[in-house]
Design a protein around this ligand. Structure first.
Ligand code: FAD
Ligand code: SF4
Length: 339
């Protein structure tokens, strides 16, 4: 497979990168670790003529787990291995460990992971394969091959890092044409569009950093994958919990690998704030989350199975939290796992 020719730009500052993105608008992509964007170029999924490499911009490499600030160019390997991240932001290190394989994680970045392309068995193929099947709405065609007469794309958001960061209430710094802005991470995944994009970042805007303010949350991350090898999530779930004086003051759940964007379950968890975590909360939450999951048949595993396993993960992880709590361990006791 050969990529179409492209020009590589290597800016040394954020201002220069955003100016380049503006100049080549519509024909450009940022290049971070390249582990997603380069295979996409080789498969003809993107046909841009300009790539802006972000690795030479010092500000994007900030790595400060004590203050909870992680530049977009932070490698997945650092998030996986750093002892402070492992202790303070358990779900983040578990998710980084669960993403791709060890070699990829040294190049792959946090920013690239949050903005990774959506996946579908009818899309992540060679140009030859797609042409033989007349393409689809997301690339080279006019119809969705998964949902008949579908006028939108149902490709799956398959990044590992968004669910734990959403569950922990992360914010992001973004540099756009209007200047610097800071917003909740979930705004990056606000619903809308025709499903072809995994995020709502305006074209040409640069993700600068991710901020996590509270290191005292209990968190977990569980991931279903087809093989115990480098594999994208077929469904994943992250939980962030904190109680003060036995009452929930932080309870967030985020699901990946099921919809076109990660799902944040605030409308299900918010009513429980101010109440103690209990068996009743667990049962009601598992049932409500299960009702919100509607996977479509465009990944390796069966849709019912993906839904069943994700809700099972949720029940097990919440039960684990309850067990820790009843043993009167502090709510900051780190716990979590990769399923
Ligand atoms: C074999 C294989 C297995 C994989 N398995 C997994 C997996 O299990 N889980 C998983 O989550 N991913 C997986 N991936 C995908 C990928 O490796 C990761 O998501 C990785 O973290 C992407 O980061 P990157 O730096 O390489 O992104 P890139 O490929 O450089 O960029 C990805 C996208 O983000 C944009 N971008 C990057 N940085 C910025 C920024 N700062 N501001 C604005 N836009 C930006 C790029 O323009 C591009 O559109 C796998 C990839 C391969 C090849
Ligand atoms: S969900 Fe439909 S439109 Fe989207 S990539 Fe798959 S086949 Fe194409």
């Amino acid at each position: 497979m050969l990529a179409d020719p492209f020009e590589l730009h290597e800016p040394a500052s954020i201002a220069e990168a955003v100016a380049l993105a503006k100049r080549y608008c519509g024909d450009v992509r940022f290049l971070a670790g390249g582990t997603d964007v380069l295979p996409g170029l080789f498969r003809g999924l993107h046909t841009v003529r300009h790539l802006i490499y972000l690795g030479r911009i010092p500000e994007l490499h900030v790595f400060d787990p004590i203050r909870g600030v992680f530049g977009a160019q932070t490698s997945m390997a650092s998030l996986e291995r750093d002892p402070v991240v492992r202790q303070r932001f358990v779900a983040v290190s578990l998710a980084a460990h669960a993403a791709a394989g060890p070699a990829l994680r040294t190049s792959a970045t946090l920013g690239g992971n949050l903005l990774v392309d959506t996946r579908c068995t009818f899309y992540d193929q060679s140009r030859f394969w797609r042409e033989a099947n007349e393409g689809c709405l997301k690339a080279d065609g006019t119809e969705c091959r998964v949902v008949s007469q579908g006028s939108r794309c149902y490709a799956v958001y398959s990044g590992d890092m968004a669910p734990p960061l959403l569950a922990l209430g992360a914010t992001v710094d973004i540099e756009g044409l209007e200047g610097r802005d800071s917003k909740p991470l979930e705004d990056l995944y606000s619903p809308g569009g025709d499903g072809r994009l995994s995020h709502a970042l305006p074209e040409g805007a640069l993700l600068v950093a991710v901020r996590l303010r509270d290191p005292n949350l209990w968190s977990s991350y569980s991931k279903l994958r087809a093989r115990g090898a480098p594999d994208f999530p077929e469904g994943s779930i992250a939980i962030g919990i904190h109680e003060t004086d036995g009452r929930l003051d932080h309870f967030r759940i985020a699901v990946g690998g099921i919809d076109t964007r990660p799902l944040v379950m605030n409308e299900i968890t918010r009513p429980w704030l101010g109440k103690p975590m209990s068996d009743e909360v667990v049962e009601a939450t598992v049932e409500s989350v299960g009702r919100r999951l509607h996977p479509v048949a465009n990944t390796a595993l069966l849709t019912d199975y993906r839904k069943h396993v994700v809700t099972r993960f949720l029940r097990t992880d919440l039960a684990r939290y309850l067990a820790l709590r009843s043993k009167e361990l502090t709510s900051s006791t780190p716990a979590g796992r990769v399923g």
